[in-house]
Design a protein. Sequence first.
Length: 129
Amino acid sequence: MKALTIWQPYAQAIALGLKKFETRSWPTKHRGKIAIHASVKSLSKELKILADRYNITNVSFGKIIVIADLTDCILITEDFIKTQPQSELDLGNWYIGNYAWKLENIQILTLPQKATGKQGLWNWEDTKK
């Protein structure tokens, strides 16, 4: 399964349903299941403030925490930005020319699985099948 490493609290925001799009500077042709990996990078002061604003708690680090369906990759335009709620804008990099990866059917793993993250899309094998 393809996986994507995301900093906290953004990965946990996906798990909580606060974030339906993962924003990236590059597009992907991948569609289908994707594992969301919470990076090992600790929260900066600014990210702690953001997490507190949205009541994002119990964040995991260095683990696969969510399985989702990646259903679309949308070029971010001014018009598209205008359709987003403030929470989505606060929890992503909504710059014109970036891409919004649409995540649906979010499934939180009851037992997050430790994994070593990587940049870009990478392959992850679910050892708990």
